[in-house]
Ligand binder design. Sequence first.
Ligand SMILES: [Zn+2]
Length: 221
Amino acid sequence: MRHASALPDGLPALRAIGAEILGLLLAAQCAGCGAPEVLLCDDCRDELSPRPIESLTPGGLRVRAALTFDGVRARCIRRLKDDGETLLSRPLGTALAAALPGRHARLPLLVPVPTSRRSMRRRGYRVPELLIRGAGARPLRVLSEVRARRDQRGLDAAGRAANVRGSMRARTAGRRREVIIVDDVMTTGATVDEAAATLERAGFRVLCAVVLAATPHHSEP
Ligand SMILES: [Zn+2]
């Protein structure tokens, strides 16, 4: 048996891993404010406390947003979406969880808005699915992209609606199952409306949508 020698041999490797983790932490900056040596400082974590706000999409679907997309919140979400800071899916998923209905009853199926192939190639992960897992739930990947959507930035509401029309399909029949659509950031609601229309056509019953954050004009009373 060689077990006796395994520990002494393994120790230098463990130390190397420890030093690597320490180096990563020392190189880290708070995603919200840039404070050194921490992934998210206490003040910025407080800024991620959910304050769910309800609004309607242009198509009339009820949407709950956990946060407004501004300030520290927007910076943290961009770090998750654009900078590969996937550890942020835990605190941001916790915020999303607060906006999910029926936490004490049975949670309806959570369907993420599909991630485009281009985003998947660039990031290597699906942000809405990470957020659902960060919220302690499981995503039901029913929707997929059938046609590439253009970058939505710079498009107005009508342009966004036209851009997403016919861009998704449902992979299974809904058989009247109740679902909630989940997305990371909602701007005009065009993407959520297209997801809802696609699911309804496939026979799902869309109860509402829940998004991590909505741009501030949605939060005006
Ligand atoms: Zn901070």
